[in-house]
Design a protein. Structure first.
Lengths: 129, 129, 96
């Protein structure tokens, strides 16, 4: 796994986002995504990690329209369009919730605690919600 | 040292906004620089000036505004969070044909780019939610 | 690159448990707001590695009548020291 690490370039920092909240029930997942997209637009190095209930954001087949909402799952598919390629999901969080990686949106790397620990340690900044 | 503070929490609902205010006051008192306050999500309610509180209670919004003015702090209310929550400055109120501005003039309504900028130019970013 | 982890919810939130899964040995933990309730029961704190310093915000403990119940493992600090801790660690990771 290639992890982006902090850099001395003052116009670029490495920012790790930890998205720990389920979609729809609160806006925390959206806030986290909005921040990450803004960082990507301004060409920051972004790591994006789905942890705990945050993994529910990745389930295929969401239909936000059923509750007059935008579908967050579709928004997440745009991460790659913003050059956010380091997208991870915590394997243990999946297991604890009985979710199989096959049920998730594609292109997301499985991660474990040690790797997440490094993503926190090596980042210049961590947003965690 | 140069700090920025991100506030996600509405005033009064939880203690977080009050904690953030105490933290901000303390760092300034110690001679550190507060590069930017960024009010995000429900945090934008901290910039609302249309509030009345009981005389023996702290008016958090007023305290924020006093601190911002007294120390000439760059304070930003996230535009996308603010508009949908009815926290508008005069410019936004005029633009959308709404009767009144509700945000303290001490804060500026701006986008997430200001958060990215704060991330790049601060030694520490501290989140309160 | 050590981090200061802040936790502002009570033990019911399981935020400490989560934080401990990813914490590094030279990091520190600060409990504030309802997080200070962690500090009155040794079993809440027993899983924290000895290398990890543990702090709790005095103002929040005073408000909640927990200061005298706080265990020796925990150092009570004021907000000014909280700012100082932020300077001593390269970044702050807030769990809320």
């Amino acid at each position: 796994m290639v992890e982006k690490t902090n850099t001395t370039n003052p116009t670029k920092s490495c920012i790790t986002f930890i998205s720990r909240s389920a979609p729809y029930g609160s806006n925390r997942a959206n806030l986290c995504l909005d921040m990450a997209l803004a960082c990507a637009v301004f060409e920051q190095d972004v790591n994006y990690v789905f942890l705990d209930d945050g993994i529910y954001q990745l389930l295929k087949g969401q239909d936000g329209a059923a509750i007059q909402n935008k579908t967050l799952g579709s928004a997440l598919e745009t991460l790659a369009l913003y050059s956010i390629e380091n997208v991870y999901v915590d394997q243990q969080s999946l297991k604890e919730r009985g979710i199989d990686a096959a049920e998730l949106l594609p292109s997301i790397k499985l991660i474990e605690n040690d790797a997440l620990s490094r993503l926190i340690k090596n980042a210049d900044l961590v947003f965690n919600l | 040292m140069k700090f920025s503070i991100v506030i996600y929490a509405a005033p009064y609902s939880t203690e977080s906004a009050a904690s953030a205010l105490r933290f901000a006051e303390s760092l300034i008192q110690q001679g550190h620089e507060l590069y930017r306050l960024f009010f995000f999500g429900d945090g934008v309610h901290n910039a609302s000036k249309l509030t009345v509180v009981a005389q023996d209670e702290i008016n958090l919004q007023l305290q924020w505004s006093k601190l911002i003015e007294e120390h000439d702090i760059d304070s930003v209310i996230c535009v996308s969070s603010a508009l949908r929550r009815g926290v508008l400055d005069q410019t936004e109120a005029d633009r959308h044909g709404l009767g009144a501005a509700s945000a303290y003039e001490s804060s500026e309504v701006a986008g997430l780019g200001q958060l990215v900028d704060a991330s790049l130019h601060s030694d520490r970013v501290v989140n309160f939610g | 690159m050590s981090s200061l982890h802040t936790i502002n919810r009570s033990p019911d939130s399981k935020l400490l448990e989560r934080c401990l899964k990813v914490i590094n040995a030279d990091d520190a933990i600060l409990f504030l707001e309802d997080g200070v309730y962690h500090c009155i029961l040794p079993t809440n704190l027993s899983a924290i590695a000895e290398t990890v310093k543990v702090y709790s915000l005095r103002e929040d403990m005073l408000a909640r009548a927990t200061l005298s119940k706080t265990k020796d493992r925990v150092e009570a600090i004021d907000t000014a020291r909280f700012v100082g801790l932020c300077c001593e660690h390269e970044k702050v990771v807030s769990w809320f």
